[in-house]
Design a protein around this ligand. Structure first.
Ligand SMILES: Cc1cc2nc3c(=O)[nH]c(=O)nc-3n(C[C@H](O)[C@H](O)[C@H](O)COP(=O)(O)OP(=O)(O)OC[C@H]3O[C@@H](n4cnc5c(N)ncnc54)[C@H](O)[C@@H]3O)c2cc1C
Length: 649
């Protein structure tokens, strides 16, 4: 065996804290090491050429590169050795940057540790065996979960490239939060005017199968070959027959008595409903929680909705349906919920009707909203309006340390809309900091200040009522003074949080959530749309709060990643998997219980376990749990791991 060891300086990242020359000359003394050298950037083209030349000229059959984390450059060096004719799995990396030079100050000790890490890598590489990657076909279908602007964009991009898309939306219509907005910052376009053409395009696209009022309830399989179960909730309306005329809603006995969720309870609707006039599909749904017939088996003496429906579309016999689909790739675009302002009781939300959230303001201000776009409080135009920023964002007390990225700008937009609709009003924004970082944001913020909106920096301590008048008490941190503002309306700029269903969905998809509870991307800088699960991508606010342009951009990124996979037709799987020694396996099935990837199955004829290599992620949990030592991990055998540990100690 001939091993080549290559030590990287990484400029000064490693060399300033580790004596690379000393490490290289020590490595030469290790068993089977034929070459040991250092170079300023091993990942550069000359660095890679150095390795290739040695493999060819000195007949190396194993290679160790001591540099950064394998997450950064393992694929680079595997390709390098492969290009020189070596099996890519006969390569090992020692991380002497993140795990050594960056975390230690004492050069002598860091050098000693680098030597240990390289000894360990050399011991392991000498036991590595060549492995072959497997290629599996990719189903030519995509699943997009969530039909907000991000899911809409991702679906359109994939479908327009010629692939079948299943778009699953839990609500009766697509549109998401954007459908609830009035105007959009900083350009003040009417939100539904720019959203609805895209919604219509989704409805018309022959490659998109729109599954509204539906939820994903099970996901199994692996990249290219996911098996997904979707639950279609009963609408109690035959969508093929429904014309969207609304006769059922007009006839409903409870018309005008059910809180309208789209308007956040600011208006009332009937039991049969559509979310909003431009809903796609424009089909009614009977709300089962409020329908007297569904709840009590009787609705007065006549079913008025059924009688009013000339299309005979109402069907109370509808049941849940389950659809099983085979999917090549998945885009998660489940978006955000607004922070629950009642968790900040000091602002009086829920106690005083004059305290509302930013999303409620959107509905009040929207022409399709409950007041036809007039900003009214208790039926009157407010004269003084106070906005409070960062409600539920940048707030350790409620567990949300992050900035929600849109609230500063939507508050500026709201302040502008108030000034536009009630020019004589006084508008004060109590802010923590103003973050106007996007294109055109700073200009918009300046414009709003020039319109006479007063910005007051500081913390609001409390919103209370004195003699029936709402008062906002806070500290102006620029003047150091405590101030009290009387207000007719207080608008809380609530932050954005992960949806309730997010945790369950993360479990189904086997993708992690970050500390902010949003879906975690595979790498914060270099893989912002990928997840830990191959073939599953993130789009829009599901990954973290963002505005519409950023949601659309990320959706396009997710769609293009999905398309790369679909277009390739096949995907290579890393050959790390569990292997069963049938002679040792007692068929106890403990491994099956601990496997998170459903990769192990019991063969009842042979009475032993079997591994689906495509499903196996090579995590090794089964191997450690197996009481009879019957499971060996490819590329991480006991011998290889013990050699690695011995090398280190
Ligand atoms: C008050 C307020 C004002 C704003 N104003 C602006 C503005 O002026 N300009 C701007 O650029 N941005 C603004 N934003 C931000 C904007 O709303 C978001 O950028 C945008 O909605 C993100 O789109 P999305 O598709 O990622 O998520 P969402 O709009 O949240 O859509 C997600 C969709 O997924 C569905 N869904 C969720 N879970 C599931 C599930 N498990 N299964 C199936 N479907 C599911 C939801 O029902 C929803 O339809 C504002 C946000 C708020 C709260």
């Amino acid at each position: 065996m001939k091993i080549g060891v290559y030590i990287c300086h990484c400029g000064v990242n490693i060399a300033s804290n580790v004596d690379v020359k000393q490490v290289a000359s020590y490595a030469k003394t290790l068993p089977n090491v034929a070459v040991s050298t250092d170079y300023v950037y091993m990942c550069s083209e000359p660095g890679q050429e150095l390795i290739k030349k040695d493999i060819r000229e000195k007949a190396l059959d194993r290679v160790v590169v001591a540099s950064c984390s394998p997450t950064m450059h393992e694929p680079t060096f595997r390709t390098t050795v492969q290009e020189a004719g070596l099996n890519p799995y006969c390569f090992e990396m020692a991380n002497i940057r993140e795990q050594c030079s960056w975390v230690h100050e004492d050069r002598e000790k860091a050098t000693e540790k680098a030597v240990g890490l390289i000894k360990s890598a050399v011991a392991r590489v000498s036991l590595l065996e060549p492995l072959e990657e497997k290629e599996v076909p990719v189903m030519q279908t995509a699943l997009v979960i969530g039909g907000g602007i991000a899911g809409i964009q991702a679906s359109l991009d994939i479908a327009n490239a010629g692939f079948k898309v299943y778009l699953v939306e839990k609500e009766p219509s697509i549109g998401g939060r954007m459908a609830q907005l009035d105007k959009t910052f900083p350009t003040l376009d009417c939100s539904s005017c720019i959203l609805t053409p895209k919604m219509v395009e989704v409805g018309r696209n022959k490659n998109i199968e729109l599954l509204t009022y539906s939820e994903v309830v099970d996901v199994s399989g692996y990249v290219g070959n996911f098996k997904v179960k979707v639950k279609k909730k009963p609408r109690y309306i035959d969508v093929e027959k429904c014309t969207g005329c609304g006769n059922c809603a007009s006839a409903c006995r409870l018309k005008g008595r059910i809180p309208d969720e789209f308007n956040l309870g600011l208006s009332k609707r009937a039991v049969p409903y559509i979310l909003f006039p431009q809903a796609v599909p424009l089909k009614y749904t009977i709300d089962p929680n409020h329908c007297l017939y569904i709840q009590k088996g009787k609705c007065g003496d006549r079913l008025l909705c059924k009688e009013a429906c000339t299309a005979d579309a109402i069907n109370f016999d509808q049941k849940e349906e389950f659809l099983e689909i085979e999917i090549g790739t998945i885009v998660v675009a489940t978006g955000i919920d607004p922070f629950n302002a009642a968790l900040k009781p000091e602002y009086g939300y829920g106690k005083y009707p004059e305290v509302i959230t930013g999303l409620e303001f959107e509905r009040l201000s929207s022409a399709s909203g409950p007041t036809g776009g007039e900003i009214l409080v208790n039926g009157k135009k407010p004269k003084k309006i106070v906005f409070i920023s960062c409600v539920g964002s940048r707030d350790k007390q409620v567990g949300n340390e992050y900035c929600s990225r849109v609230c500063c700008m939507y508050t500026a937009k709201h302040a502008h809309l108030v000034k536009e609709k009630i020019p004589e009003s006084e508008v004060v924004v109590c802010y923590t900091d103003v973050r106007a970082f996007g294109k055109g944001f700073e200009e918009f913020y300046d414009r709003v200040k020039n319109e006479g909106v007063i910005y007051r920096r500081g913390n609001v301590g409390e919103v209370y009522k004195k003699a029936g008048q709402l008062v906002v008490r806070g500290e102006d941190t620029l003047t150091g003074e405590v101030h009290e503002e009387e207000a007719d309306l207080v608008v809380l700029a609530v932050g954005l949080i992960q949806r309730n269903e997010g945790v369950g969905l993360a479990g189904l998809l086997r993708i992690p959530l970050g500390h902010d509870k949003f879906f975690l991307e595979a790498h914060p800088k270099l893989r912002p749309v990928d997840t830990a699960m191959k073939g599953v991508y993130l789009a829009g606010c599901a990954q973290g709060p963002k505005d519409i342009p950023d949601s659309v951009a990320q959706a396009k990124g997710a769609a293009s990643s999905a398309l790369v996979l679909l277009e390739s037709g096949g995907v290579k799987l890393e050959p790390y998997s569990a292997m069963i020694d049938k002679d040792r396996c007692g068929g106890c099935r403990i491994c099956e219980m601990v496997c998170s990837y459903s990769a192990l199955k019991y063969d009842s004829e042979e009475k032993v376990m079997t591994v689906n290599e495509a499903l196996c992620e090579g995590c090794g949990t089964c191997s450690s749990a197996c009481p009879s030592g019957a499971i060996k991990m490819n590329h991480f055998t006991k011998e290889q791991t013990l050699a690695q540990i011995r090398g280190l100690i």
